[in-house]
Design a protein around this ligand. Structure first.
Ligand code: SF4
Length: 362
């Protein structure tokens, strides 16, 4: 008997592709992308096309294993799920009894099915239930969300399909052609509609080679470029009224932007001043501008500098480490952020994300 089942890719990937599995007498024999899905219907990626082969591979882990030798020896014994869960629960209980439950410090990745459950969803609820330390148990995107919240509200970025309506598309630190196959068709649609494609990347990637304009900035100087763009927009009267009314705009303008100019940014980024001026005027004048920031950009405390410029016309905020005058940028950032630690209630974080992310958003 042949039947088909609609499912979703479980990998740690925001696309969460819809897929169709064909079963023959209950055995999966074919896997393909769901053509009816508006965002991912153009197919699965190369990692997942052979997924059925992975599931049948003799080396696939099917049972919990307990290490029986020294770390690194590679000696394990098979145990049952009951044994594994009991052992982990006992150890958590021992730590909690001896030191208090906040001695347990959660550190989560998304992992397989992480995006389907909500990022870290089940884990967050577990750690909340046992009273573990409350912090942003996040290896990568914690910096991006405050940046988004400061500039755009509660952190959702745009619907990726909306990019086709942009007048300017800026891909900042991402190689979309190679790594984001479902977004690229919408960027191509925008180009066909007359949008200019700008790529900011030190490397002439496949994406950069397809751009109308490529700014090959010095690695790690993205923050300087953002400041140079904003400085020119500010002095040229190109900042949106909405942004000018934003929280902290006056302080940011007077205490941060005042120290920047396209010339200073050009020196930091090792590009021509005109490249910065022209891009600032393009982004301000030929919008709506869609900014797709690469994942690397969110791994630094200065990410809200890019958030701020992305709020010129909104969109996805990510950043990468800043190598130029790092201390100065961090000092500028501290002025733009309230002092004190940020606490995320793990029991609610998942719900917040669910509220803030419409289906299909990244
Ligand atoms: S792009 Fe690949 S890894 Fe990502 S959801 Fe789709 S099939 Fe899975």
């Amino acid at each position: 008997m042949i039947e088909t089942i609609v499912g979703a890719c479980p990998l740690d990937c925001p696309d969460a592709c819809s897929w169709i599995v064909t079963l023959q007498d209950g055995v999966p024999v074919k896997l393909r992308g769901n053509p009816d899905h508006p965002h991912t219907g153009k197919g699965l990626c190369v990692k997942v096309n052979p997924y059925l082969e992975y599931t049948r591979h003799p080396d696939r882990l099917l049972h919990p294993l307990r290490r029986v030798g020294q770390k690194g020896e590679g000696r394990f014994e098979q145990i049952t799920w009951d044994e594994a869960l009991t052992e982990i629960a006992q150890r958590l209980g021992e730590v909690s009894d001896e030191f208090g439950s906040e001695a347990i410090w959660p550190y989560l990745g998304t992992g397989t099915i992480g995006y389907i459950q909500g990022v870290g969803g089940a884990g967050k609820r577990l750690f909340h239930a046992i009273g573990a330390s409350r912090h942003s148990a996040n290896i990568c995107s914690a910096v991006a969300y405050p940046g988004l919240e400061y500039t755009s509200g509660l952190g959702p970025s745009m619907d990726p399909m909306d990019i086709q309506h942009a007048g300017v598309v800026v891909i900042w630190g991402a190689n979309t052609v190679s790594t984001n196959q479902h977004l690229w068709p919408f960027i191509r649609e925008a180009q066909k509609g007359g949008a200019e494609l700008v790529v900011i990347d030190p490397v002439a990637t496949r994406t950069a080679r397809r751009a109308d304009r490529h700014l090959a900035i010095r690695p790690g100087t993205d923050g300087a470029l953002a400041l140079g763009l904003m400085a020119h927009m500010n002095t040229s009267g190109l900042v949106d009224a909405g942004a000018r009314e934003g929280l902290g705009w006056a302080e940011f303008r007077d205490e941060v932007l005042a120290a920047w100019s396209p010339e200073r940014a050009a020196a930091e980024c090792d590009v021509e001043v005109n490249e910065i001026i022209e891009l600032a005027e393009l982004m301000a004048g030929a919008g709506p501008t869609a900014i797709r920031l690469g994942m690397g950009m969110q791994r630094h405390a200065a990410s809200h500098l890019l958030s701020a410029i992305a709020d010129r016309r909104l969109q996805t905020i990510r950043r990468r480490p800043v190598l130029f005058d790092r201390a100065a940028v961090q000092a500028e950032c501290r002025q733009a952020q309230p002092p004190g630690p940020r606490t995320i209630d793990n029991s609610r974080a998942d719900d917040d994300q669910a509220r803030s992310r419409a289906p299909g958003t990244r």
